[in-house]
Design a protein around this ligand. Structure first.
Ligand SMILES: C[S@@+](CC[C@H](N)C(=O)[O-])C[C@H]1O[C@@H](n2cnc3c(N)ncnc32)[C@H](O)[C@@H]1O
Length: 245
């Protein structure tokens, strides 16, 4: 019987991969990878391995997830060393928990190698500390859409200091309107970090009100950060030398 290793690939930059993730990739005979995993990271795997792109097309996510489960089981039963490679951390909106439960229910050994989540890396590299003494003592990471496309419970996050929202680009105006309705101020600082840690990274600093008014152009994938910590960005960037080399 083979084994499946759920590996977090981090936010994109291969140097943000953990040593263990790189080792598991080198050892893998089969690599099932998600859409957000960079091509550079895949070059760390054995070129002789079987590579399967599991990128989810919109509207077909459930059928594709079932197919991923089937393939993981098939290769594990064949005795292969399987790596299930996911962007960021496998347990942060990556359906990693579902895959672990499915495999364990079928008696397959599973190992989890955590990754650096875009929810923390994107703000950090854009010069935004998600917590900061005297400015933000709490941070919540959330998705805009829940199981079956249902709406998130926005009232729960009305009062957290820093709010980090994933998968929110398409629904940004609607999200912002919900947050305004819950009492967050229109002038609240906000930032979208697009394609974080890649050569095409772009940061858009704005406000909650401008997002609600449809004034902010942004492309997916992006992380949205809301809260007073966004205002620290200028000073942070002036003080921290950041090297992409
Ligand atoms: C399905 S979730 C997976 C999150 C992932 N497990 C993690 O921990 O980063 C995909 C969302 O993560 C965010 N994301 C992932 N990688 C990103 C990147 N390099 N730059 C900006 N946002 C990213 C975007 O909000 C995207 O829509």
């Amino acid at each position: 019987m083979g084994k499946v290793c759920l590996v977090g690939a981090g936010p994109g930059d291969p140097e943000l991969l953990t040593l263990k993730a790189a080792r598991r990739l080198r050892e893998a005979e089969v690599v099932l990878y998600d859409r957000l995993v960079s091509a550079e990271i895949l070059t760390l795997a054995d070129p002789e391995a079987i590579f399967i792109d599991t990128g989810k097309e919109e509207g077909h996510a459930e059928a594709i997830q079932q197919e991923i489960h089937r393939l993981l089981l098939q290769y594990a039963w064949e005795g292969k060393r399987v790596v299930r490679l996911k962007g960021g951390d496998p347990f942060v909106f990556g359906r990693g928990g579902e895959e672990v439960l499915f495999l364990r229910q079928h008696g397959i050994d599973v190992e989890v190698v955590p990754g650096i989540s875009s929810s923390m890396a994107a703000p950090a590299l854009a010069g935004i500390p998600v917590t900061h003494r005297g400015v933000a003592a709490s941070v919540t990471v959330m998705t805009a859409r829940c199981k079956g496309g249902t709406e998130a419970d926005w009232s729960k996050v009305a009062r957290v200091d820093t709010l980090v929202i994933l998968m929110g680009v398409k629904w940004r105006e609607r999200i912002a309107r919900h947050l305004l309705a819950c009492g967050r101020p229109a002038k609240e600082p906000a930032a979208f970090i697009e394609r974080a840690t890649t050569a095409r990274e772009r940061v858009v600093e704005t406000t909650l009100g401008a997002i609600a008014a449809g004034k902010v152009e942004v492309e997916s994938p992006a992380v949205l950060v809301l809260g007073a910590v966004v205002k620290l960005r200028g000073a942070m960037l002036a003080l921290c030398a950041r090297s992409m080399a």
